[in-house]
Design a protein around this ligand. Structure first.
Ligand code: RVP
Length: 499
């Protein structure tokens, strides 16, 4: 006979935290959100810790090198999507590791033979008003000039005017040489009243641009997540099919940590992949996803450095509808956290866990942490920001960004779902969607973190570990859920749509 659980499985929205005594020193400024993400023995520290407990999902629509840099600057980590070629994913890792704060690779580039119409089209497409003019139109070609909106007049100039006739030519440009520091670049920018300083190598090839507006911003990254060589820390998703090629290439590119990305991680394939990574590299590896004690212990005994929890709770995920497997995210997390604590008691080894998917409101993050997660992985949350790799579109009066699932036909990530059958996606486990555009990652993350810190203070906790130890959590009835939102009033327009 099948085994029946006596309790239904539950989601975050069914729980609330109760306040504990808030002492006078328990203010948001004193809350530290540092959190371990790889296993460690009692009395030791985790080899990788985040400054905020956020990871971005292993998804094409979320985690590329741009988002990885932006998230590392705020203290979290991205796991670069794995549903791309080994070479492309390794190149993304290299870009993150080579990124130098304030030094950006030029995103808008044309050749001298392009026209004013091309400049305007490029500006329309990506919003950048500074265009680097290189011999081949690439971001690293020989620098021949720069075009900004001060170089042309749309009312007078004809669209077919060639760029070489109006660009600021290289001979008139102020530039820096590779090796220049950010403060030195900034001095040049101020001295010559520039908006942008190109940085070139000995052959006059363009390497970076430094923008005046970025300088102040880069001074404000007190929580940025750096390795010991001052490069940003970055992770990458892998699968159980091509890890023998993918993992060495990622390691060679300098990745800090990998995670097995699968909708169901309780499998012998994951065990083999973990063991391969442990035997052949020094990399840390996360595994998953699981939703119960058995799955957790299996992956831990296979050697996983952290375990990811969650099946079917993702906003774009239809695994539960398609296959009838999964578990309410809160219940899954509570059971795995309990198994983790018991394992720690027994062995003295602490295994961090990541709650993956289903975060809708910011307070869900605080609940996940209180329930035992060391960090959360989010897709929808990050897909809404400027830095995610997808297109921003206007639909009606609202701006949206595209967000599609890894199990959708669009992503074609069959490796994530494969159970040893034919090598293709036989049916979809996720959808293609839009999410409301929400602006910059930094502003949103800061706001979310301040909400979490404020709740932690209500709960009398100054660290995540303290929150996990002392939180009091209550189930709420269906009717008290109604009481929790604004009710029995008519909302003014300005209050609609608040998170
Ligand atoms: P969310 O943050 O709720 O958007 O969920 C993101 C998570 O959804 C991912 O980290 C992944 O675990 C899961 N996902 C991604 N694609 C699919 C799918 O096709 N079903 N699910």
């Amino acid at each position: 006979m099948a085994f029946y659980y006596q309790e239904p499985s539950r989601t975050f929205s069914e729980y609330l935290l109760l306040p504990n005594l808030t002492t006078k020193d328990c203010i948001p400024a004193n809350v530290n959100m540092r959190t371990p993400i790889v296993k460690f023995a009692k009395g030791e520290r985790s080899a990788i810790e985040l400054n905020i407990p956020f990871a971005s999902a292993v998804m094409q629509a979320v985690s590329d090198n741009h988002l990885a840099v932006a998230l590392a600057q705020t203290g979290g980590i991205s796991f670069l999507f794995g549903s791309q070629s080994v070479a492309d994913q390794a190149a993304m890792v290299r870009k993150v590791k080579a990124y130098k704060a304030g030094f950006v690779t030029s995103r808008s580039n044309l050749t001298p033979d392009h026209t004013l119409a091309d400049v305007l089209a490029s500006k329309e497409a990506n919003g950048h008003s500074t265009v680097a003019i290189t011999h081949d139109g690439s971001p690293t070609g020989k620098l021949l000039g720069i075009v900004t909106s001060r170089d042309y007049r749309i009312s007078r100039d004809l669209p077919d005017k060639p760029i070489h006739s109006f660009m600021t030519p290289f001979s008139s440009l102020i530039y820096g040489k590779v090796g220049i520091t950010l403060p030195e670049a900034n001095d040049l920018i101020w001295e010559h009243k520039l908006n942008c300083l190109p940085i070139i190598d000995d052959e006059q090839n363009l390497v970076y641009l430094v923008f005046r507006k970025d300088y102040d911003r880069n001074k404000e990254n007190p929580l940025e997540l750096l390795d010991d060589k001052k490069s940003y820390i970055v992770g990458a998703g892998i699968n159980t099919k091509d890890y023998k090629e993918r993992v060495p290439a990622l390691a060679e590119a300098g990745v800090d940590i990998v995670v097995l990305d699968s909708s169901d991680g309780y499998s012998e394939w994951q065990r083999e992949a973990i063991q391969y990574v442990k035997e052949h590299t020094d990399l840390k590896i996360g595994a998953g996803n699981v939703v119960d004690r058995e799955g957790f212990l299996y992956l831990v005994e296979s050697g996983a450095d952290f375990v990811k929890v969650g099946i079917g709770g993702g906003s774009i995920c239809i695994t539960r509808e398609q296959k009838g497997i999964g578990r309410g995210q809160a219940t899954a997390l509570i059971e795995v956290a309990q198994a983790r604590d018991e394992y720690y008691e027994k062995t003295g080894i602490y295994i961090p866990i990541c709650s993956d998917g289903g975060i809708v409101h910011d307070y869900h993050i605080t609940l996940a942490l209180a329930m035992g997660a060391n960090f959360v992985m989010m897709g929808r949350y990050f897909a809404r920001f400027d830095e995610s790799p997808t297109k921003k579109l206007k639909i009606g009066n609202s701006y949206v960004k595209e967000y599609w699932a890894e199990g959708s036909n669009r992503a074609r990530n069959w490796q994530r779902y494969d159970l040893g059958g034919k090598q293709s996606l036989v049916f979809e486990e996720g959808v293609d969607s839009y999410v409301p555009y929400a602006g910059s990652l930094r502003e949103n993350v800061e706001k979310t973190i301040s909400k979490i810190k404020s709740t932690m203070c209500n709960c009398g906790a100054k660290t995540i570990e303290e929150l996990q130890r002392t939180a009091r959590i209550s189930l709420v009835s269906a009717t008290s859920l109604v009481e929790g939102g604004a009710h029995d009033v008519m909302l003014k327009e300005s209050s609609l749509g608040a998170d």
